[in-house]
Design a protein around this ligand. Structure first.
Ligand SMILES: [Zn+2]
Length: 122
């Protein structure tokens, strides 16, 4: 009855996202070594959020991580924010204030290029 065997429950690393058994995670993630709490994939949920709601949660989480944890537990949150950044709607504002600040030089450069060299479009 080997076809009826149940696979051992897999857990997912909060830092890198790799899945492995609880035994594999006994002394940290077998892939990245993170010792952050693992995620149970059976607890995954699918929800619908407006981008502005994502921005609000991301900004508060980022600020809280720095204020409360001095960014020592940053990897899991950082990876979650990266997953959100990948689904940013076209033309929507950046996810966090820090992202907006990082994008400013690019936006300034694009504006300057258009303003100073309108006769030489890219
Ligand atoms: Zn990992």
């Amino acid at each position: 009855m080997s076809e009826n065997k149940v696979a051992p429950p897999a857990l997912r690393c909060a830092a890198c996202g790799v899945s492995a058994t609880a035994e594999d995670f006994r002394s940290g993630c077998p892939f990245c070594g993170s010792r952050e709490p693992t995620h149970d994939p059976f607890e995954d949920v699918t929800i619908s959020l407006n981008w502005q709601e994502c921005r609000m949660l991301a900004e508060f989480a980022s600020q809280w991580a720095v204020a409360r944890y001095k960014a020592t537990r940053w990897t899991a949150l950082s990876n979650t924010l990266d997953r959100l950044r990948r689904v940013r709607p076209n033309g929507a504002p950046a996810l966090t204030n820090a992202d907006t600040a990082r994008e400013m030089p690019m936006m300034e450069g694009a504006k300057r290029r258009v303003t100073l060299s309108p006769e030489f479009p890219d």
